[in-house]
Design a protein around this ligand. Sequence first.
Ligand SMILES: CSC[C@H]1O[C@H](OP(=O)(O)O)[C@H](O)[C@@H]1O
Ligand SMILES: Nc1ncnc2[nH]cnc12
Length: 290
Amino acid sequence: MVSPWTIGIIGGSGLYAIEGLEDAQWISVESPWGKPSDEILCGRIGDVRVRFLPRHGRGHPISPGELNARANIDALKRAGCTDILAVSAVGSLREEIEPGRFAVAEQFIDMTRGRPSTFYGSGFVTHVSMADPVCERLSGMAAKAIAAAKGKVATGATYVAIEGPQFSTRAESHMFRELGADIIGMTAMPEAKLAREAELPYALIGMVTDYDCWREGDAVDVTQVVTQMQQNSQLARDMLVRFIKALPAKREASPIDTALDDSVITAPDRHDRSLMAKLDAVAGRLIDDF
Ligand SMILES: CSC[C@H]1O[C@H](OP(=O)(O)O)[C@H](O)[C@@H]1O
Ligand SMILES: Nc1ncnc2[nH]cnc12
């Protein structure tokens, strides 16, 4: 039986491939939005199709501010994904969310600057809701998979996305704590916004690698992040396999599958044909003639 789920996994720092995929093959997917970060590793775990994309490319050549998140999300949609589980290395802004723990994001604060963050624009003006930016169903299943893999988990985390590539100043780190953020990274935005615009339910698991720099005498560096990621990468892979194996046989419809339904405001006679041609994957459901 073929599963109704096709799971896109976006692997962050330290997670550049996954093992255990049957019929695994790296496949190049072209996108009208430019070049995705890498080829997509396509395969199966049981009867679930899996599409894995290393966010920064294999070998980590792409900086957070230069990621083509539109091409990445568009390519995953073209590769048939129904849902996306993103994995990211994150700093912790809370004592109790210690390095080694997995934090499941529930909210985001976007402090990135000038990154292309929408598929839409003049000629197809669209405003999706980001009130609840993650898919509760995916997040819940991810939290269970982490616990089943004997990982420590924190749920309901607010992730602040900074522009980077520099880490934050101490003043910024304290400010993000005051704002209510729990974890910090450089990549979940605009990725989560674009997933919503592409009607792809999205969840993000932060692998906590450090305490950023809000604690006196302590400041994150890349070695800390990489060392912690190496310690946790087997757990992350185990969690991903458990997550996929535990997916229910039936995929109930999610409201995110139809997020565009009440979001497009441009009248049909004012549609821009050239923009719409690029929307064939992300909004193809709404557009019949390209
Ligand atoms: C290598 S430290 C900073 C780097 O790590 C995180 O990457 P990702 O979210 O892709 O796991 C962070 O966002 C930065 O890009
Ligand atoms: N402290 C931190 N700030 C931003 N991105 C990170 N990725 C991992 N740790 C981070």
